[in-house]
Ligand binder design. Structure first.
Ligand code: URA
Length: 288
């Protein structure tokens, strides 16, 4: 890829474009002339940075000498511009996106019919807890109890999650809990890729608006969605990872622990790492 910018700036811009893509934004302004802005679909990042193709044969007959370029010829940027030159910078625009609130995200979600899961749902399960939480837990999707109540993790797996949170010395209301998909998949099956694709931009916005110090992914669906990986969770469970400035820990889903209690020891090890990161101490046992 030809380098048009210092490598660090190029990397920053690439990261921003990926971020937009994660949010589901694929339309960008290329030009804001007198007639207004022109919208174009975002190109894939690699090609967006390639120089524009030169159709030499259609413009210049082979026999003619090539024109000497004017000294101060305006150089078109090799990628679509997101903002007009006189408007806010790309990075200021991003601040607006991260000024998002959970309320606004919930409003944007609306009575969602973006994927087929809406057909079987009773209630949308958006998320619950402290909008300024230092710690966010992300599960897979609502089950029957969550679908009935409109709240995440309130069934059997949810009770175990509450115990895990309390064992960390926290109360449920101090953290934020949400899921990759907001509607219950039929028969509690794993959400399908198109369902995850429709719903995950809302999850990304939720995390960005809360801006937690630590994200804990409960199970493979959450971890694979956020990290955009196909690697199995056992390959990175319990390791500190980084995602867009947040520390991320993937661990087993509480529903898995209900079926496989010995795995609780691994999860507790992972949660102790999270506690250390958040400066939480194990409650002292009172002397009797
Ligand atoms: N399992 C999940 O992944 N999320 C819930 O909200 C409940 C069970």
């Amino acid at each position: 890829m030809p380098e048009r910018f210092p490598a660090s700036l190029q990397q920053k811009i690439e990261d921003r474009l990926r971020y937009y893509e994660d949010l589901g934004i694929r339309l960008f302004y290329t030009d804001r002339g007198p007639g207004g802005a022109t919208l174009v679909a975002q190109e894939p990042i690699d090609s967006a940075f390639s120089p524009a193709p030169v159709h030499e044969e259609t413009v210049l007959p082979k026999s003619m000498p090539k024109p000497v370029p004017a000294k101060v010829a305006p150089v078109a940027p090799p990628f679509p511009l997101v903002v007009p030159p006189t408007g806010p910078s790309l990075f200021e625009t991003m601040e607006k996106v991260t000024d998002d609130t959970l309320l606004k995200i919930r409003e944007d979600l609306g009575e969602c019919t973006r994927c087929k899961l809406h057909r079987g749902r009773n209630k949308i399960v958006f998320g619950d807890g402290n909008p300024k939480a230092q710690l966010v837990f992300v599960g897979e999707g609502p089950g029957a109890d969550e679908d009935a109540q409109g709240l995440p993790f309130v069934g059997r797996a949810g009770k175990l999650l509450t115990q895990m949170i309390e064992a960390m010395g926290l109360q449920r209301k101090e953290v934020y809990i949400c899921n990759v998909v907001k509607c219950r998949p039929p028969e509690n099956r794993a959400p399908e890729p198109d369902e995850v694709a429709s719903c995950s931009p809302f999850l990304m916005r939720q995390i960005d608006s809360i801006h937690p110090k630590v994200i804990v992914c409960l199970g493979a669906t959450a971890a694979k969605t956020i990290l955009n990986t196909t690697r199995g969770i056992s390959q990175f469970r319990g390791e500190w990872l980084e995602w867009r400035g947040h520390k991320l820990m993937a661990t087993y889903h509480p529903a898995y622990l209900l079926r496989n209690p010995p795995a609780k020891a691994d999860v507790w090890k992972d949660l102790q790492k999270v506690m250390a990161e958040l400066g939480l101490r194990l409650p002292r046992k009172s002397k009797s």
